[in-house]
Design a protein around this ligand. Structure first.
Ligand SMILES: N[C@@H](CCC(=O)N[C@@H](CS)C(=O)NCC(=O)O)C(=O)O
Length: 280
């Protein structure tokens, strides 16, 4: 097997030509790689993102806040093309030193506040508007627990399973087995929870559901990683299926999933931008 033939050297060195996806732009160092300022629109919130699951978490929350009547949540969503290396521009790195979407500039107060990491952005906005996070200590703790669970475990699904199953230039059975098992285990965790409660935090729909739905909805419906739903037998998780249907039917969720997307809105600056789309 090809994967057992590799003997790591005493000291790792960077092989620019490893052939994997993003090999052309990723490197083992941080910081800006080029000068590029970010555009700024009129709204209090400036979001720099892309319609991947991590990006959709935030646009779903913005659309939910607006649908709930929080007019102060108006936002401009600018597209960051990560395949073109936009995440390494100086303006973007100034907001997110980790060079990954999503990144937010909150200009609603006296001085702009930068927020990076999708979980931190969800929490920042939920606390600011007092919405989609339970206020009672028990519900809040449950919501934060599931939010952090998603943030901590998401990379095993995307960077682990998705990468080795769909993107890696060679198929490594050990890696695919390891991350398929972990992804199924995570679905089982959610399935058990959703068998005892309507939503992850309990009775209330919250930012924990938005964060988790962005990933689980895509996988469950067979829309990620060459129909991973079949490979992972995701139909076994019926409670997840019930919850995916319920959340996916929400108009704000549908709108949020269309932002910063090649098949939806490349950018979003106004609610009326959605009017041009077929179905939202
Ligand atoms: N933990 C981060 C992960 C964000 C992330 O992985 N973003 C990906 C797209 S989904 C990205 O920007 N990748 C570009 C790169 O790695 O260069 C979050 O949740 O905000």
């Amino acid at each position: 097997m090809a994967d057992t033939e590799y003997t790591p050297p005493a000291v790792w060195t960077w092989n620019r030509e490893n052939g994997g996806q993003f090999a052309a732009i990723n490197r083992p160092t941080a910081g800006a790689q080029k000068d590029k300022e970010l555009p700024v629109g009129d709204h209090p919130f400036q979001l720099y993102s892309l319609g991947t699951p991590n990006g959709q978490k935030v646009t779903i929350l913005f659309e939910e806040l607006l649908a709930a009547g929080f007019n102060g949540a108006e936002y401009d969503a600018w597209i960051i093309n990560i395949r073109e290396g936009d995440q390494f521009g100086s303006g973007f790195v100034g907001i997110n030193p980790n060079s990954k979407i999503p990144a937010l500039l909150d200009r609603s107060g006296p001085e702009p506040i930068r927020v990076f990491e999708s979980g931190a952005i969800l929490l920042h906005l939920a606390e600011k508007f007092g919405a989609f996070i339970p206020t009672d200590p028990k519900g809040r703790a449950e919501c934060l627990s599931w939010l952090m669970w998603q943030m901590g475990s998401g990379p095993f699904i995307g960077g682990g399973f998705g990468h080795f199953y769909a993107y890696a230039p060679i198929k490594i059975e050990y890696a695919i087995d390891r991350y398929a098992m972990e992804t199924k285990r995570l679905f089982d965790v959610a399935n058990n929870r959703l068998g005892e409660a309507q939503f992850l935090a309990g009775d209330e729909y919250s930012i924990a559901d938005m964060a988790t739905y962005a990933w689980f909805g895509l996988l469950y419906r067979g829309l990620a990683y060459n129909d991973a739903a079949t490979f992972l037998s995701l139909h076994e998780y019926a409670n997840v299926g019930r919850w995916v249907d319920e959340i996916g039917a929400r108009p704000a969720v549908k709108r949020g999933q269309k932002v910063n997307s090649l098949t939806g809105l490349l950018e979003r600056h106004s609610a009326s931008d959605f009017d041009a789309l077929a179905e939202v």
